[in-house]
Design a protein around this ligand. Structure first.
Ligand code: FEO
Length: 167
């Protein structure tokens, strides 16, 4: 049975993972309409992963005797100045999510909830990968520069298809 404090912080994470889902959808739609199918594909796949993260939290809260609450989500931005700016925002957002997962770890230790502490380790590891894949993309972007967006878009298209079999 989850304590109230753990249930609250897990529900906060339902909102944050859900917002990540719609944020990346908004970004994907922006990229698609700007003629970047590769970037859009990467972001749609990323959005799917965020939806899965949200569902994991919902299932866990309900399984442990809590009640997952489905929140309303604020509207994500519609416009992005450039592809570079967009991926800088993705990285900032992922760093925020990492901090948020770490706060759950801290709360579990305070509450002596070693079960949730163990369960949430999957997200601790996942965040390392999430941040590192976005940092790789930003490195690539810095190398190719704004003028070679066509090449970059083709490149990132391949990136996601390689990543897809592992989900
Ligand atoms: Fe679910 Fe990208 O963090």
């Amino acid at each position: 049975m989850l304590s109230q404090k753990i249930e609250e912080i897990c529900n906060r994470q339902v909102e944050r993972e859900g917002y990540s889902f719609i944020l990346y959808l908004a970004m994907a739609s922006w990229a698609e309409t700007r003629g970047y199918p590769g970037i859009a594909r990467w972001l749609y796949a990323q959005a799917d992963e965020e939806k899965m993260h949200m569902l994991k939290f919902i299932a866990y809260i309900n399984e442990r005797g809590g009640r997952a609450v489905i929140p309303t989500f604020r509207k994500p931005p519609e416009e992005y100045e450039s592809v570079q700016k967009l991926f800088t925002e993705v990285l900032k957002h992922e760093q925020f999510i990492t901090g948020s997962i770490h706060e759950i770890v801290e709360r579990c230790l305070e509450e002596k909830d070693y079960t949730t502490h163990n369960w949430v380790q999957w997200f601790v590891t996942e965040q390392i990968e999430e941040e590192s894949s976005v940092m790789d993309i930003l490195d690539k972007l810095n190398l190719v520069g704004e003028k070679n967006m066509y090449m970059f878009d083709r490149d990132i298209f391949g990136l996601r298809s390689e990543a897809e079999p592992e989900g």
